[in-house]
Design a protein around this ligand. Structure first.
Ligand code: CA
Length: 492
């Protein structure tokens, strides 16, 4: 039986982030044939094509998932979920079994897309679109790369598949992912769906069984477009005082600005360098905008096939990429071009779903500065800017201060500046955003529930230049703060 409302029950508490592999089914990739070498792809993916499946998408067996009236149909990607047991960084394929706690059945839902070239996040990051089953201990699964599965819709089998035929089987996928990003205990890495994906409509019930992993069940209903009921903002709405989160004396403190540096809540004042700065709020889903400044779009136009008229180019980032003020970011030894991106980060203060432009700013709690590094060498024309470009450990700096929205009457007229070793290399104004903040809140909340702590990185203006190990990069936004970061070389 499927529960009528809400998320189903799972004995396993989700503690981590869900990352999915796309195009990992070898027959799917070969079915693309020569088109992989045509523009805009130019070549088959050389590295795993990955996506973050954010927290609003995650639900469990027994859930009822809503499908929008258009197109009124969704595709079910049946995937094996690999649950990570310990911190996993640069794990070889041979050692990969040691970081696997267990496996689960995952249904990666998506609205049908015509092209694999940057399909919109809107198609996949919808509420409830990642349905997870119960975790089965790794020891109970002899060969995770040869599990038979079947999909039944309303009791009739519509598809059978296996977890085999992957471009990267379980161990190789873990090795390829942890080569550039650290997985945490409780994270789930999805092996990727088989094609063709069965399609379903509202009113139908889906049951997926996988050998040794039991079954996963959910049903579909039509989506309604009622706006969400507003929730109270956690922070005091009238405060205009910036706050930071810092580690000092082994504990996390809230701090406020002080002429000497910062002031802890107990009154102690400290210089900036005496503390470790964390991102200034508890970060939920990280939504990043690509090409959201007209001048930057022009700067990169030779390499691109998008125009400003397209749907906003949104991609998602995981929490492991975050670092605070005065943090350090690694420049891999082999890259030729690594650049900073100074961005206004917009922090959501209360739940937002189907919010109209006129009400959008009511859902913004405040702002901080982001430096969203990119590693241009790793850019491949598959899916979004891939995680290997945009989701490396410590390559997204946030801070120093969370500045309440009430302190910034007009966030659309702020100067942005980046200095590398004191030299001005980038400047722009938030006035030049292609999609402004209300447009972004309206767009994102039209397909996903935004929650307090979610953050929108609103893009960067022109002026991105290569930076090297030893460089000190300072991103500054008028009235918001000055975020410092140092590039370090790769440690052996
Ligand atoms: Ca960016």
């Amino acid at each position: 039986m499927v529960a009528e409302t809400g998320f189903g029950f799972s004995p396993w508490k989700l503690s981590g982030t869900v990352y999915g592999a796309l195009l990992n089914h070898a027959p799917q990739l070969s079915a693309l044939g020569e088109t992989v070498n045509a523009a805009p792809y130019k070549a088959a993916p050389r590295f795993p094509v990955l996506q973050v499946r954010p927290r609003n998408t995650v639900c469990f067996s027994g859930s009822v998932v809503a499908i929008p009236a258009l197109p009124g149909v969704l595709e079910i990607g049946v995937s094996l979920g690999i649950v990570i047991s310990q911190v996993a960084c640069r794990v070889s394929a041979t050692d990969a079994p040691h970081v696997i706690a267990g496996y689960l059945i995952a249904a990666e839902l998506g609205l049908p897309c015509e092209s694999h070239y940057r399909p919109a996040v809107r198609l996949k990051a919808r509420d409830g679109f990642t349905v997870l089953g119960s975790v089965i201990a790794a020891q109970q699964i002899a060969d995770p790369n040869a599990l038979k599965a079947s999909v039944a819709v309303d009791g009739a089998e519509v598809s059978t598949l296996t977890t085999g035929d992957r471009v990267r089987p379980v161990a190789e996928l873990i090795a390829a992912v942890t080569e550039f990003m650290t997985l945490q205990p409780g994270d789930v890495l999805l092996l990727g769906a088989s094609t063709p994906a069965p399609r379903v409509r509202p009113g139908q019930t889906v049951r997926i069984t996988m050998e040794g992993l039991g079954c996963l069940e959910f049903s579909l209903k039509p989506e309604t477009t009622a706006p969400s009921a507003p929730e109270q903002v956690k922070t005091t709405p009238d405060s205009t005082t910036p706050t930071a989160r810092v580690v000092y004396g082994g504990a996390i403190h809230t701090a406020t600005p002080h002429p000497l540096g910062l002031r802890l809540e107990d009154g102690r004042t400290l210089p900036e360098h005496a503390v470790q700065w964390l991102p200034p709020f508890e970060v939920g889903t990280i939504l990043a905008l690509g090409l959201n400044y007209a001048d930057h779009l022009k700067e990169l136009s030779k390499e691109l096939t998008v125009t400003a008229k397209d749907e906003p180019l949104v991609f998602l980032k995981g929490p492991g990429t975050l670092v605070g003020h005065r943090g350090m970011t690694c420049r891999p030894a082999e890259v030729q071009f690594m650049h900073y991106e100074c961005e206004l980060a917009v922090v959501i203060g209360k739940t937002a779903r189907n919010v109209q432009r006129a009400q959008a700013m009511d859902h913004v709690a405040g702002y901080t500065v982001c430096n969203d590094y990119a590693f241009r060498d790793y850019l491949e024309n598959w899916y979004r800017p891939n995680l290997r470009v945009k989701n490396r450990d410590s390559a997204t700096a946030l801070g120093p201060w969370f500045v309440p929205a009430s302190a910034i009457p007009n966030p659309h007229n702020l100067a942005l500046r980046t200095r590398v070793n004191g030299q001005l290399t980038q400047q722009g104004s938030t006035a030049n955003m292609v999609n402004d903040i209300p447009a972004l809140v309206e767009y994102l909340s039209s397909f996903m529930t935004l929650q307090a702590g979610d953050v929108i990185l609103t893009g960067t203006p022109e002026g991105v230049v290569n930076v090297n190990a030893g460089d000190k990069v300072v991103c500054e936004i008028e009235g918001i703060g000055r975020l410092t970061n140092t590039i370090v070389g790769e440690s052996p």
